[in-house]
Design a protein around this ligand. Structure first.
Ligand code: ADP
Length: 437
């Protein structure tokens, strides 16, 4: 039997002791006179009262301690602990363990709310939390900047008063152009329902996407200007110097004997550089002005064979797959395949190796793989970025154009290192023509 219960039982029995002792004495020595009986009654009453008080204290003291501990927990003071091993043994142990756990959880809660607060403050996105009556209950500094007002003027105001009600009523995720008091531009607006303390609420997150777009646009322009500058310089500098040389040759009184050769050589350089510049500009305009694909049913095997024949520098092996038809613009698809085959061959030049091209069906798509045995991929995430090239005479437009073509056809393209460790694999996928579905 647990110690506390033993105590209660023993104490209760002890309280009955004076009365029992008087009865035993009376049984042994016979009934005393009336006066003595009253004396014994007084003694029994006093004895029982003293014992009851002693018993009461023994029982109530640990219970008071327990009540004190529980009250402290209820008040949120988790630092108090009861002395273990007393009358209530396990109960105090459990309450101490409960206090430990509550203290730990409060610490974790405080740490995570601190972290949440810091994260919200560091976010570029504006975050707003509205309660079930659509009143603002939480916002971060980015939100405050967006609404351009002091926090105290914003808290407790309704979404309507803050001019955010229309955003909350719209779709849960939308891109829109909007003018907020603190900023205007293009924003990604998202909202979601929340539940807190059993009550509903709404979370609203607003991201300024205009800045990201502008930044990307700026980088693209920089890249374009760098490449354009490089290409134009590469061509104009020799043209200019050659023109200078020819002009000074012409200015001489007596032309040297081999002036014809010099002139022809000089004009060749000029023509060559001008042609390179034209080629570059035409490949650039292909990328910038890709027309929408004129799709029709294209037999894949025939198109791949025709394209592979165009590549003369290294052998191209065709591993024929099943008879597939894609829904594509023949010219654009051919251009995409030419670019992939050219990259595969150029990865092996100068040298040898074979390009393998095969195709398979994957659900509703035709998947075309172009594998090479070349140098492998350069360590860069920018292979598909327009004008990225690692080749001395490269334009960096090939892969960007393939991606544009693939995406305009609701397909895709990727470039991965081959599992064999040698060379790369370009994978192009396109939707199959509807009859083949
Ligand atoms: P370009 O061929 O003019 O360089 P691309 O856009 O076609 O432009 O290719 C970009 C870069 O991607 C290449 O310069 C090259 O570094 C890399 N690349 C593309 N295909 C392959 C491949 N099959 N193997 C290795 N690297 C490749």
């Amino acid at each position: 039997m647990p110690r506390f219960e033993q105590r209660v039982l023993l104490g209760s029995l002890l309280c009955a002791l004076p009365g029992v002792m008087v009865l035993v004495l009376m049984a042994l020595f016979g009934t005393p006179g009336t006066l003595q009986i009253w004396g014994l009654v007084v003694l029994v009453v006093i004895g029982t009262a003293l014992l009851a008080r002693w018993q009461f204290r023994r029982i109530m003291f640990p219970l008071y301690t327990l009540a004190g501990l529980l009250e402290a927990l209820r008040e949120g003071d988790y630092s108090l602990r009861g002395v273990q091993g007393g009358a209530l043994g396990d109960v105090v142990y459990d309450i101490n363990a409960l206090a430990d756990r509550l203290q730990k959880e409060r610490l974790e809660f405080e740490e995570s709310s601190h972290l949440l607060g810091k994260t919200l403050a560091a976010l570029d996105s504006a975050v707003f939390v509205f309660d079930d009556a659509s009143r603002l209950r939480l916002l971060n500094p980015a939100g405050q900047r967006l609404l351009d007002a002091a926090r105290s003027q914003l808290f407790g105001r309704s979404a309507e008063e803050l001019g955010l009600a229309t955003l909350l009523q719209g779709p849960s995720s939308v891109l829109l152009t909007h003018a907020f008091p603190g900023q205007q531009g293009r924003f990604d607006v998202r909202h979601a329902a929340l539940r807190s303390n059993g009550r509903g609420g709404t979370l609203l997150v607003i991201n300024d996407v205009g800045r990201v777009l502008r930044e990307e646009e700026r980088q693209a322009w920089q890249r374009l200007l760098r490449v354009l500058g490089h290409e134009v310089n590469n061509s104009l500098a020799p043209i200019q110097s050659m023109a200078g040389t020819l002009a000074s040759l012409m200015a001489r009184d007596a032309l040297p004997a081999d002036w014809r050769e010099d002139f022809r050589g000089g004009l060749d350089v000029i023509a060559h550089r001008a042609a390179a510049l034209t080629r570059f500009l035409s490949s650039y305009s292909k990328l910038a002005r890709l027309p929408p694909p004129q799709r029709r049913d294209v037999e894949l095997a025939g198109l791949i064979e025709k394209t592979a024949r165009l590549e003369q520098r290294l052998p191209v092996r065709i591993e024929s797959g099943e008879d597939l038809h894609v829904h594509a613009d023949t010219d654009q698809l051919e251009q995409a395949l030419i670019n992939l085959l050219r990259n595969a061959v150029e990865a092996m030049l100068p040298g040898a190796g074979t390009v393998t091209i095969r195709w398979t069906r994957d659900g509703e798509h035709a998947v075309i793989d172009v594998e090479d045995e070349g140098v492998g991929l350069p360590p860069s995430d920018n292979l598909f970025v327009p004008f990225f090239t690692t080749k001395p005479g490269g334009s960096g437009i090939g892969l960007a154009l393939v991606r544009q073509i693939a995406e305009a056809h609701d397909g895709g393209v990727m470039l991965v290192a081959r599992e064999t460790g040698i060379g790369a694999r370009a994978r192009l996928w396109l939707p199959l023509a509807s009859e083949a579905h």
